[in-house]
Design a protein around this ligand. Structure first.
Ligand code: HEC
Ligand code: HEC
Length: 338
């Protein structure tokens, strides 16, 4: 158990220490009641490994991020902004099972599903041959019908990554696409921060792999193919007809989508995991889910506040320390049009 057991003990004793008086009253509000940072926290269903290498997600040199055969790459139409970090997303479904689609939202995930998200920066975004720095790898693992979260911080030699449950700020230097040198105080979220975003009616939940967010064309083995069809061919999902599934607009795609569509998709992925009737900000009227009719979102009444929060980062955005200039510009244009 080693290091991991130590972390788990700290988390448990923190929760236990403050809970005695609340425990009998309202178990479900346990962590909410105990912390004044406004975050909610949920414990893992089971324990997780101490080192990333123990999962055999990658083969060969770990830092090449070359997935083993069980893990398949997937992409999203619109992704979460995380301080300009690059990301790789992988999914593993146990042999003999698949994701089962329900509608255009999240599918059913079989026991043993693993979702993997690795964050890195190119040293120089203009020239990838100058190498990259991998910062952390986040996991969601379904066990005993519940999800576990875990994140692993990569070491300097980039040959393994280690479990970290308490969060950490890490200085990262990189050069952006315009050749400008950047310094980010990158935030690796704590376990409690993970579960505040991946939160749905008091359980931990995946966010990204909704069918509408996977329903896009991807380039695989030199051919352009619909991703849902590709994932079916790879044995990851049951057969679905892509044309029967809606599409979450790609927020950058100004040629294909209106400002309204792009903004709503952007707000869905950046904000709706908290701002929906089952999320951690459910006590506010704001509902920023893409599928919610504008009249029921409360966006028109919050135009100025939405822009202010994005400008000041005065929000439990968690993991975002710089303003997303391109996203803000889009949201402003939309709010002005309302
Ligand atoms: C600020 C909110 C937020 C925090 C904090 C956060 N996540 Fe996420 N996470 C998201 C969103 C939104 C997505 C989907 C969009 C994307 O991948 O770009 C996501 C995606 C993921 C994925 C890919 C599967 C999925 O659900 O889409 C994994 C794995 C993951 N997160 C794990 C973690 C772990 C572990 C932590 C804590 C160390 C964490 N996340 C913290 C918002 C968050
Ligand atoms: C990690 C969860 C989380 C995320 C992600 C998040 N919010 Fe919030 N938001 C909250 C909570 C909790 C509150 C209430 C506490 C407060 O006012 O700070 C709130 C309050 C607000 C308010 C004030 C609403 C009111 O009724 O007072 C606005 C506006 C808002 N958020 C906009 C956004 C936007 C826009 C995004 C995405 C770009 C976003 N939020 C992302 C958790 C979140």
């Amino acid at each position: 158990m080693g290091e991991h057991g130590y972390y788990m003990r700290i988390e448990r004793s923190t929760i236990k220490g403050c809970s005695n008086s609340f425990l009998l009253i309202m178990l479900s509000l346990l962590c909410w009641s105990c912390n004044d940072d406004g975050l909610v926290g949920i414990e893992n269903a089971t324990e997780v490994h101490t080192k990333l290498s123990e999962y055999t997600i990658f083969q060969g040199k770990l830092s090449d991020l070359e997935p083993t055969n069980n893990f398949k790459v997937y992409e999203l139409s619109t992704e979460l902004f995380s301080d300009y970090a690059e990301k790789q997303r992988l999914i593993k479904i146990p042999e003999g099972h698949t994701l089962i689609s329900r509608n255009d939202g999240l599918p059913d995930f079989p026991e043993g599903t693993i979702l993997v998200k690795t964050f890195y920066y190119y040293n120089d975004k203009r020239d990838h041959t100058k190498g990259r720095k991998i910062i952390e790898t986040r996991l969601l693992i379904k066990e005993n019908a519940r999800w576990n979260v875990a994140t692993y911080i990569w070491n300097e030699s980039q040959d393994d990554a280690f479990l970290i449950t308490t969060g950490l700020d890490k200085t990262v230097n990189w050069i952006d696409a315009k050749g400008e040198g950047k310094v980010i105080a990158y935030r690796i979220p704590s376990h409690r921060e993970c579960t505040s975003c991946h939160y749905n009616s008091n359980t931990i939940f995946p966010i990204g792999p909704k069918l509408r967010n996977l329903n896009k064309d991807v380039l695989r083995n030199g051919i352009v193919i619909n991703q849902l069809t590709h994932l079916y061919n790879e044995g990851i999902i049951n057969e679905v007809e892509p044309s029967s599934i809606s599409v979450l607009p790609a927020w950058q795609d100004a040629a294909k989508y209106t400002v309204a569509q792009r903004t709503r998709a952007y707000l869905d992925i950046q904000c709706a995991h908290c701002h929906n009737p089952l999320g951690m900000a459910s006590d506010r009227g704001l509902n920023l889910s893409y599928e919610t009719d504008l009249n029921h979102t409360d966006i028109p009444d919050n135009k100025r506040r939405i822009i202010e929060r994005m400008e000041t980062l005065e929000m439990p955005f968690i993991g975002t320390t710089v303003v997303h200039a391109e996203g803000l510009e889009l949201v402003k244009a939309y709010m002005e049009s309302l």
